[in-house]
Design a protein around this ligand. Structure first.
Ligand code: 3AM
Length: 189
């Protein structure tokens, strides 16, 4: 049966482009050792699903819409370049701040909803981030004076998206398969 590699994520904000460019300039010395995500491909992953049957896509979207319908929109911002392990970084990301309590609840609810329709639970703790680049081979050491070196991008999130990811030699190519709108009438107040 036909499958595709899929994940649930928040789409990149348009305000990210100058921040992405600033991060890239700041890390210019490491450029040859990093493979940068295309700016339009940057996303905030909520749940990696792996290979899914194409026939399951409507089921996944229905489960996403049920969760999104009881989650309010939220205001987020990027808060500097970082990495899980800055001394030996395999990925370089932008930290995400703002209304992350709503985001973390959304991520946990997506995780539960996907578990209920048959996906495995993610063992790793959720850390809100936008991956910008990955090390090509060996890990890189990020400069220590990272905070405050790139501006913040402020963005509001009013939907989540189901992505497909096609692995190509030049890097993964992402396509949005569908959206699930967050609900203004839910949550707050
Ligand atoms: O948003 P980031 O870059 O952290 O690392 C992959 C990316 O996350 C992650 O799914 C996102 C979309 O590609 N990913 C890839 N393979 C994975 C796996 N086996 C995975 N996450 C968990 N398990």
């Amino acid at each position: 049966m036909a499958t595709l590699r899929a994940f649930v994520a928040v789409e990149p904000p348009a305000t990210l482009v100058p921040v992405y460019q600033a991060a890239r300039r700041f890390l210019a010395d490491l450029d040859a050792r990093l493979r940068w995500v295309r700016p339009e491909g940057v996303h905030l992953t909520l749940k990696f699903l792996g290979n899914v049957k194409i026939a399951s896509v409507p089921v996944i979207l229905r489960a996403m819409r049920a969760v999104a319908g009881r989650t309010p929109p939220m205001a987020l911002r990027t808060s500097g370049v970082g990495a899980p392990n800055p001394d030996r970084a395999r990925v370089v990301w932008l930290e995400v701040g703002g209304e992350t309590a709503i985001l973390s609840k959304l991520q946990a609810d997506v995780e539960d909803a996907m578990f209920r329709i048959g996906f495995n639970k993610e063992e790793r703790r959720f850390h809100p981030h936008l991956t910008l680049a990955r090390a090509r081979s060996r890990a890189v050491r990020l400069p220590s004076e990272l905070t405050g070196t790139v501006p913040s991008a402020h963005f509001s999130v009013d939907r989540i998206s189901l992505y497909s990811s096609e692995l190509r030699p030049g890097g993964a190519v992402y396509n949005v398969l569908g959206h699930a709108p967050l609900s203004r009438s839910s949550g707050r107040g």
